[in-house]
Ligand binder design. Sequence first.
Ligand code: GNR
Ligand code: NI
Length: 175
Amino acid sequence: MTIRAIITAPDKRLKQVSKPVEKVDDALRALMDDMLETMYAAPGIGLAAVQIGVPKRVIVMDLAREGEEPEPVYFVNPEILSIDDSELRVYEEGCLSVPDFYEELERPAKCRLRYLDYQGEIREQDCEEMLATCIQHEMDHLEGVLFIDHISKLKRDRVLKRLLKERRLREKELA
Ligand code: GNR
Ligand code: NI
């Protein structure tokens, strides 16, 4: 397993629409293993393949609390079967592709999901609480959307400007 570099905003590669996976095979499982290791190392609770530069519809997640047994979960070609806006959940989100920025976001509290698991078996699941929030955050990545795309343009431009500045500084230090 390999820890891969996580792409940070602003970057065109994060805006790609990810392509469906044709087959859950050993090569895809190797990608999912790398994603999980990269996510744990970051550390984060979810990761979409596009964040490591692979525009495939693959998500890994682990919502176990600190000190609990790890509970890795894998979502291939996830589809939201139903979602309703009648009940919303507010959560302070962050993103590994938007370092050191957190903002409260409102999303539907529940959804029903269909996806392929690590073995390529089809599964359906009702999502609520953290899983509902996180899967919607990750599925946005598959469409090239970041959580900062849901906040005001003023705040988004401010955080993107800071990230650009930090990148330029890092590049200068390496030169
Ligand atoms: O680690 C992460 N934490 C998080 C917190 C609130 C809502 C969503 C997330 S996902 C994020 C990791 C990430 O960027 N996934 O794309
Ligand atoms: Ni993210």
